[in-house]
Design a protein around this ligand. Structure first.
Ligand code: MG
Length: 346
């Protein structure tokens, strides 16, 4: 028996009936020979981990723009925290941990430089708008591997496409908004559980708010410390989901409301803080001017690592290039194009 088949067979005993078993995958767009060692979802996880877009997450903003302090989160460490929180819960719920990890590692691949400020600029500039969720899917389907894409399984692509919650209620969305698999639903909630906790932790580190600023009732019920809050949310999700016999991934209503309240509090007190917004305004200008430059000079895209427009509208090709940039790459390019460069020859 080959190793992959041993793992697939072990899943029958280890995973619950509602989990997405590797053998039940709807498969890939382009059929491939199966790996002898890894299941389809293990292969997907590895493809994402080895992608260039994944490595670029290291230099993309989470909340604090290109932080000099070594302890602030970046989009990469956010992704790793989402993955770890989701895997812990997946194992507790007897869901497919490999599928969960693949979706978590891929969910933010389409994020622009400068976080949501970058996303807002591209949404304004493009005729059909821009959303990082669609871009994450585009990265894995169309952009990675020089346009060949990663040919990921249907379940991983579905989980990436439906991970976003927007600003609305965390629960109670229509089924069409949710990923089909419980693993995808788990990553969707792990994303918010991870970021409300680590963004608050970073905001305290950055001196934007103090622990005591967090509304008293949220501190009392969720916990006063980062680790306590994370533990409250993770435990609540596991217990509530198990109580529903894993029909869907759930937080209890009180905890869901408090997580949403903490998220809204972060929007008002951290994400919209002047110190953050001022830098994002400058960052928006960087992207706007780079966009205008490449729209006017599409032939220069390939000089800087972009693709020349082939079979796609120029604005889409430019947006793909800009969205893929790290913060530091965008700032360096802006300096190169718009700042006088010192004459270096003797
Ligand atoms: Mg995320």
């Amino acid at each position: 028996m080959i190793i992959r088949e041993v793992i697939e067979s072990a899943e029958k005993n280890m995973l619950c009936d509602r989990a997405c078993h590797s053998l039940a995958s709807r498969g890939r767009k382009i059929a491939e020979e199966a790996c002898p060692v890894r299941t389809i979802f293990q292969v997907d996880r590895d493809r994402i981990l080895h992608s260039k877009a994944f490595r670029r997450l290291k230099y993309k903003t989470q909340v604090f723009l290109s932080p000099e302090g070594d302890h602030y989160r970046t989009r990469l460490t956010h992704t790793l925290e989402v993955s770890q929180v989701a895997r812990t819960m997946a194992r507790a719920l007897r869901l497919n941990e490999d599928l969960t990890e693949a979706i978590a590692l891929g969910h933010d691949l389409g994020h622009t430089p400068f976080g949501h400020a970058g996303e807002r600029v591209l949404a304004e500039l493009l005729s059909d708008g821009f959303h990082h969720v669609n871009q994450s899917l585009r990265v894995v389907e169309r952009l990675e591997k020089n346009g060949a894409g990663l040919n990921l399984s249907w379940e991983v692509r579905d989980g990436i496409l439906h991970h976003s919650k927007g600003r609305g209620a965390l629960l109670g969305r229509t089924a069409a908004d949710l990923p089909i698999t419980l693993e995808g639903q788990l990553v969707r909630l792990s994303d918010v559980i991870a970021y409300v906790n680590h963004d608050l932790d970073d905001a305290i580190r950055g001196g934007l708010v103090s622990s005591d600023d967090v509304p008293r009732h949220l501190r009392a019920s969720l916990g006063a410390k980062n680790s306590q809050r994370l533990n409250t949310m993770v435990t609540d999700l596991i217990e509530t989901t198990l109580a529903s016999d894993c029909e869907s991934i759930q937080l209890s209503l009180p905890i869901a409301e408090q997580v949403a309240e903490l998220r809204d509090w972060l929007h008002a007190n951290v994400y919209r803080a002047h110190a953050i917004e001022d830098e994002f305004r400058k960052a928006s200008r960087v992207l706007r001017e780079l966009f205008a430059y490449f729209i006017a000079n599409p032939e220069s895209l390939s000089l800087y690592g972009g693709d020349e427009a082939q079979g796609e509208a120029t604005e889409i090709v430019v947006a793909d290039f800009l969205a893929g940039m790290t913060d530091r790459y965008a700032m360096n390019l802006y300096q190169k194009f718009f700042f006088p460069q010192p004459w270096k020859a003797i």
